[in-house]
Design a protein around this ligand. Structure first.
Ligand code: ADP
Length: 482
């Protein structure tokens, strides 16, 4: 019963897919937004830091230029000192003052004083450019600003001010922000996952109800109709299911009816035989002629029983799918002629005139045996249910167009009442039961005929008037349609 338990069925379930979709739809945007905010924070913080340091460095460069420092005085002025102190403490930075000969005049770390440096930023600074680089690996921004002599009208560059500031605290803030975002993302995933599970359970419940309902119908707990009204889809499934159930019920009823009809039909000759045998047995010293008469009656009943069984077997064969057809190219004119030849003795016996009319030669792809059976039944009926006073006739005609061939079987016999026409193809249906039985009918002939024709994707129509006659029109495709 629990063949639906297990990992693979769960992964394939609607519930799992709903949970996954809800989580993905919520988590992906959250992660993207978090990552975007983080990276834009970092870029913005760096650019703010850069422009702040740049303006401070420029102020310092101007103050240095205005002081005596570049002209050889060893001591920096107070304002310069304050500015240097501010830059180095606030931004955790290092400041180098380089003179026009690229010699370090001042270093806040006092490590490189007196040394000559030829780096790109210093060289560019000496050319009057303001140069900034960001070292992402070692986390610092380096700036070079030219120191221009304010008293000189030609703007002589007397040195370069190089500032390096650490961006460590920006990184620290970024990683703190990252941690907070991670926590938020985890919380969001958990909350949405929880919500997803609840929602998916709710959404899937109607389908569970549906499956339970079907199981209940299957086990016979529910007799009425199945209905789960939660979704349009479940209503539709229920409607289809109910339709299917009622079709199956009808099929089951018709099968039961068929079985009871078959048993009844098979029992009738047996009962007659038993009555005949019992009565002859109970007669003591009955004459031989009586025995012979009773035995001949018993033989008739055996023949009847055999006919019913043969008809039933033909019908069962016809109930199979069309793939059971044994199709070949058949010359229909010859086939119908042969059938009529075979039926001529019965027609003679009934004093019925048989006439055939062929409008053109017709060859068709059909199952010869089944089509023979179908046409034989129609012509045999036309002879059987006819007048036997010598006025009866049966006309059989064959015609064709580019697509179909047409067989018409027309008689001027007893005809049928209109209300019977819709039933004549039913198994064991007879218009006049006793008369049909008298003339050897089983009620299966037209059922066999119709099945054979529909297996060929053909059609059969009947027109009949009581005491006037009957016409059967058959239409079958010339080429077999799979
Ligand atoms: P049966 O074996 O009784 O002939 P069929 O299935 O061939 O069974 O026919 C069903 C009933 O239809 C017959 O019992 C008969 O009453 C009626 N029927 C069929 N063909 C004709 C016909 N050509 N003229 C009048 N009645 C017919």
């Amino acid at each position: 019963m629990h063949k639906n338990a297990g990992l693979i069925p769960f992964l394939k379930s609607l519930q799992f897919r709903l949970i996954l979709s809800i989580i993905l739809m919520a988590v992906l945007p959250t992660c993207i937004v978090a990552a975007t905010i983080l990276s834009s924070y970092e870029a913005r913080a760096l650019s703010i830091r850069e422009s702040e340091v740049k303006s401070q460095t420029k102020i310092l460069a101007n103050q240095i230029a205005a002081s005596e420092f570049m002209s050889g005085s060893n001591s920096t002025s107070d304002t310069v000192q304050t500015q240097i102190g501010m830059l180095t403490t606030i931004y955790d930075g290092r400041i180098l003052i380089v003179d026009a000969n690229l010699r370090v005049m001042y270093d806040t770390y006092h490590m490189d004083e007196g040394k000559t440096i030829i780096s790109e930023e210093v060289v560019r600074g000496m050319k009057g450019e303001e140069f900034t680089t960001y070292d992402a690996e070692n986390l610092y921004i380096e700036l070079a600003v030219p120191i221009i002599n304010p008293t000189d009208a030609t703007n002589t560059i007397v040195g370069v001010l190089v500032t390096s500031v650490s961006t460590n605290n920006i990184q620290l803030n970024a990683s703190y922000l990252q941690q907070i975002t991670n926590i938020i993302v985890v919380l969001v995933i958990t909350a949405i996952g929880f919500f997803g599970v609840l929602l998916s359970i709710r959404l899937v419940t109607p389908f569970k109800k549906l499956s339970d309902g079907i199981a209940a119908v299957q086990s016979g707990h529910i007799d009425g109709e199945l209905m789960v009204k939660d979704y349009t889809e479940t209503i539709l499934i229920c409607e289809r299911f109910n339709e299917m159930m009622s079709k199956m019920k009808t099929m089951d009823e018709s099968r039961q009816e068929f079985v009871s009809n078959v048993s009844h039909e098979l029992k009738t000759p047996l009962t007659s035989m038993k009555v005949l045998a019992d009565s002859i047995n109970s007669m003591q010293g009955a004459p031989l002629e009586l025995y012979q008469e009773f035995m001949s009656d018993i033989t008739n009943e055996i023949e009847r029983e055999t006919k019913i069984i043969n008809d039933l077997l033909s019908l069962v064969k016809m109930d199979k799918t069309a793939s059971a057809l044994n199709v070949s190219l058949v010359h229909m004119n010859d086939l119908i002629e042969q059938i009529m030849k075979r039926l001529q003795p019965i027609a003679d016996q009934q004093k019925v005139r048989l006439v055939m009319e062929s409008f053109r030669p017709v060859s068709a792809e059909v199952d010869e045996v089944k089509i023979t059976l179908a046409i034989t039944n129609l012509i045999e009926n036309a002879i059987k249910y006819n007048k036997n006073n010598g006025e009866g006739w049966v006309h059989v005609s064959l015609n064709a167009d580019h697509k179909y061939f047409y067989v018409k079987v027309e008689d001027n016999g007893m005809g049928m009442p209109e209300e019977s026409l819709e039933h004549i193809y039913e198994r064991f249906y007879r218009v006049d039961k006793s008369h049909s039985r008298e003339i050897g009918g089983t009620g299966l002939g037209l059922a066999i005929t119709r099945n054979a024709i529909s297996m060929h994707k053909g059609a059969i129509k009947v027109h009949s008037e009581l005491n006037e006659g009957t016409t059967f029109d058959v239409r079958i495709p010339l080429n077999y349609i799979v």
